[in-house]
Design a protein around this ligand. Structure first.
Ligand code: TRP
Length: 84
């Protein structure tokens, strides 16, 4: 990835809507090393409105949630042993 340019498409907001308790939203670092730099835990009905940034190039969603982004609406599945 070249220089981070906040006016580009990756500056779009995404919305993560948790559909069970304990959904993990994990930020992965941009660049050569891929590390987890932040974890947010959502309970059922909670929303996270987030952007990709200079620091974050990938987001992992673990647990049952709806993700709304410019590519459409995506449903993530329940993790095994998810908290109900
Ligand atoms: N550090 C990686 C990068 O900036 C993070 C990443 C983005 C990634 N997309 C990925 C890691 C897909 C594994 C798979 O490119």
């Amino acid at each position: 990835m070249e220089r981070y340019e906040p006016d580009k498409s990756y500056a779009d907001y995404i919305v993560i809507a948790a559909e069970e308790n304990g959904v993990n939203v994990i930020g992965l670092t941009r660049g050569k090393d891929t590390r987890l730099h932040h974890t947010e835990i959502l309970d059922e009905g909670e929303l996270l409105i987030a952007q990709f940034t200079e620091q974050t190039s990938a987001i992992k969603v673990r647990g049952r949630a709806r993700v709304y982004c410019r590519h459409g609406e995506i449903m993530s599945g329940s993790k095994q042993g998810g908290h109900l």
